[in-house]
Each structure stands twice: as structure tokens, then as C-alpha cells.
Design a protein around this ligand. Structure first.
Ligand SMILES: *Cc1c(COP(=O)(O)O)cnc(C)c1O
Length: 410
């Protein structure tokens, strides 16, 4: 799948980032009078630290470029062109190399997180239905599974549109075609005409992956209008590398936008959500009143750190596509091993075969055992499930004693 995502050495990364910084404005050497920004406070963040010359990410943090706006569109603020170009490359890697888009046919930006990227998507579609179809707010409805992330509810609240969550099957964690059909007919019956489908590429609690087909078929046969957003905040840097056969990407003509979170499986600093959308959609989120920003503002967030984009780009480039696939293969293998140990001792759990989340039924583990290993419940008052997320630090060496502990459950 690779076009521009190519593994780079430390020296190559360093050269590219320092070259980009050299093409941003330099607050010290140039006369930059008009922007309310500068480097980080030198009394606190000392610039003479010798390691900085070998630390491109920290150097970018110190230089503090502002990536306000969306840089895949024609016009952007000229002050930070150097580092914005790296962000553009990062968006292109995510959209075309990882998410199957045609080169140059998607826009996007580094958002504060998956929450913002999801709100951005739903904001765009709400405005699209209003301006292109003359929709009223109460005719627009978000459609997703009951395992969807609560940021969807947040967005519905902010945007004053309703959200309909279709109950998943208890054991498969998926929405059936029958349930999607029933829900859609009921919603159309109460006046909903425009649907925003949120399809999950790994749900937060179960790692389950949705099939867009059940929603899309139901809406088409009800004769309503729809757009599909993929919430890959959890799975965006995992599922495309762990196999399985889901068309939750731009190769699927029904999919228009995607949310990813680099601060989850990619181990990037917080503040690295990624929003991707097919060209032509960002304009539905433009704030024309942002007249002091060159190129205007097409994003929810406003000012944001350019260092975040650099961090994500560096992680992807250092690993390269093969290195990243290998890392995910290792996590997959470890997750498979954990599941086989749980099978050995008769513990009930859910695991999607292409995911690194293992959700253990609360009957199979005591509250104290779960708490002692920081397992996360689906619900703190009355947990039905506790999840394990198998990451770098969740090694077989640490998992084996845990398995032995729950084997001895009361
Ligand atoms: C984590 C998550 C989000 C929200 O992301 P934040 O980065 O915490 O804002 C949205 N959707 C899913 C599926 C998630 O796992």
C-alpha cells in the first residue's frame, strides 16, 4: 500500500525536521511583529540544553509553531510553512497509504483528539445536510451502535441533533441487519430524513469492528440520505495492520471521513487526533469570520501545536510500514496467547480476532483482581466487563502471573 510512507533513519528524520524549522519564521533572527506567539519562555525552558540539537521533537516544542487552520487546503498561514508541510505529508500518509484514499484526494489535520475529530465530522455533515438539502435540525440523526464512544453523544448535544444507538448483540458486539433495518424504519417514521452513520474501527471497550453494510442497506432501502464517518480513534493505527477484511476506508465509496488517534496505539503525545475527509467536505466547517487567519479556519480547534504533527510523523517514519506491521503482529500474537491461556482456565471473554483488546466477563474475575491490575470496567457502578489492552508494556511476563491469579478466583 505504500507510496510516500518510507522508513527513515534517525539522521534523516533529524535533517528533515530541522530543515522544516529553518523554513518557519524565526522569532529571534527576524522581525516578527504581528503574531501573539513566540518561543517557549526561555527562563523556564532553557535553550542552551546541548541535547536539543539531537532532539527534533523537543526542538519543535521549544520553537512552538502554531498550526492553526487546515494545511491540505490551498491557503495557509505563511509563518510556519516548514513544519506545516510535514503535517501535510502526515495527512497524506494516513489518508492514502493507510486508509486507501486516492493520492491527494483527502483533506485533514491534526486535531486535539478523537473527540474533536468526531465532532468535526458530525459538524461537517450537519452543515452539509442543512445547506445542500435544506434539512432542519430535527430531520438529522446520527446512527451508530450502542458500543460507540461517548464523544458521539457529546457531538449530538453540541450540534443539537439526535443520536440513535442500535443495541449490539451481547456475544458478537455487532449490529444485525435486522436491528439496523428496524431502527431506520422507526426513525424515518418519526421524520428523520438525513442520517450520519458512525462506524467503528475498534470500539473503545471491545475492539469490535462495524460493518457499514447493515446501516447503508437499511438507509438506502428506506430511501433516506446519508453520509458515513469511520471512528478509528482506537483502531486506526491497528486494524489496517492486523488483517481482517473491512472496507472501513476511502476505498469504500460510502466512507467520507475518518477519525484516528495517534495518542493511543501509536504512542504519540496527547493532542494527536487525526481528522481525514474527502476533498470538498472541509468547507462545511469553515468559519468565514476568522478573517485574521490567512486561509481562514476550517477546523474546530483554532491554535494548535505544530510539534504534535512532528511527533506523529516521526513515529510513522522511524518504524516504516513494515516495522509498524511487525509491531502489530507481535501485539496480535501476544493477545492470541493471552486468550488461549484464558481458554485453558475457563474464563469468559470477548475478543475481536483482529484486535488487541480482551474484555473479560465480570463473573470471571473479582473486583479486587481487576483493580490490582488496573483493568478498566465498562461501567464503574455495575461492571459487566473488564478490559485488558495489550500494548508494548503489557508483556507475557506480566500477564502470566495475572492469569494464575484469576485462575485462583474465589
Ligand atoms: C478514545 C476514543 C475516542 C475519543 O478520543 P480522545 O482522543 O480521548 O478524544 C473516540 N472514539 C473511540 C472509538 C475511542 O476509542
Amino acid at each position: 500500500m505504500t507510496k510516500i510512507w518510507i522508513k527513515k533513519s534517525d539522521d534523516e528524520l533529524k535533517a528533515r525536521v530541522f530543515d522544516a524549522l529553518a523554513r518557519n519564521v524565526n522569532y529571534e533572527k527576524e522581525t516578527v511583529f504581528g503574531v501573539p506567539g513566540s518561543r517557549l519562555d526561555e527562563k523556564v525552558f532553557h535553550r542552551d540544553a546541548t541535547f536539543l540539537k539531537d532532539a527534533p521533537f523537543l526542538s519543535t516544542l521549544m520553537e512552538n509553531p502554531n498550526h492553526i487552520g487546515c494545511h491540505t487546503l490551498e491557503l495557509s498561514e505563511p509563518f510556519f510553512e516548514g513544519t506545516q508541510e510535514i503535517e501535510r505529508e502526515l495527512i497524506e500518509i494516513c489518508a492514502s497509504d493507510i486508509f486507501g484514499g486516492e493520492p491527494g484526494q483527502q483533506d485533514g489535520y491534526v486535531a486535539s483528539g478523537g473527540t474533536e475529530a468526531n465532532i468535526q465530522a458530525l459538524w461537517i455533515y450537519r452543515n452539509l445536510f442543512i445547506t445542500e438539502f435544506g434539512a432542519s435540525l430535527d430531520e438529522i440523526c446520527i446512527l451508530c451502535s450502542s458500543d460507540s464512544h461517548y464523544s458521539v453523544d457529546k457531538a449530538a448535544n453540541i450540534l443539537s441533533i439526535t443520536v440513535a444507538k442500535i443495541e449490539v448483540e451481547e456475544d458478537t458486539r455487532s449490529v444485525t441487519a435486522a436491528a439496523a433495518g428496524d431502527a431506520t424504519r422507526r426513525l424515518v417514521g418519526v421524520g428523520k430524513k438525513y442520517f450520519i452513520v458512525v462506524a467503528n474501527m475498534m470500539t473503545t471497550m471491545f475492539g469490535s469492528v462495524d460493518d457499514t453494510k447493515c446501516y447503508v442497506d437499511a438507509i438506502r432501502s428506506a430511501g433516506a440520505e446519508f453520509r458515513v464517518h469511520v471512528d478509528a480513534a482506537f483502531g486506526g493505527f491497528y486494524s489496517p495492520f492486523s488483517g481482517g477484511n473491512v472496507a472501513l476506508n476511502f476505498s469504500n465509496p460510502d466512507v467520507s471521513s475518518v477519525t484516528l488517534d495517534a495518542h493511543k496505539m501509536l504512542q504519540a503525545p496527547y493532542g494527536t487526533g487525526i481528522f481525514l475527509a474527502r476533498k470538498g467536505l472541509m468547507r462545511f466547517a469553515v468559519t468565514k469570520e476568522a478573517s485574521y487567519v490567512e486561509g481562514q479556519d476550517y477546523t474546530l480547534i483554532g491554535s494548535r501545536s505544530g510539534a504534535n504533527a512532528i511527533a506523529v510523523w516521526m513515529i510513522l517514519m522511524k518504524n516504516g510500514p513494515d516495522g509498524w506491521r511487525e509491531k502489530i503482529m507481535l501485539l496480535q500474537e501476544r493477545t492470541r496467547w493471552l486468550c488461549s491461556r484464558l481458554d485453558d482456565i475457563g474464563v469468559a471473554y470477548f475478543r475481536h480476532p483482529n484486535s488487541n483488546i480482551v474484555a473479560i466477563r465480570s463473573q470471571s474475575i473479582t473486583r479486587e483482581q481487576a483493580a490490582s491490575h488496573w483493568l478498566v470496567p465498562d461501567n464503574h457502578d455495575n461492571p459487566a466487563w473488564y478490559k485488558i489492552v495489550v500494548m508494548d508494556h503489557v508483556t507475557a511476563e506480566k500477564l502470566e502471573p495475572f492469569v494464575e491469579l484469576i485462575q485462583a478466583r474465589a
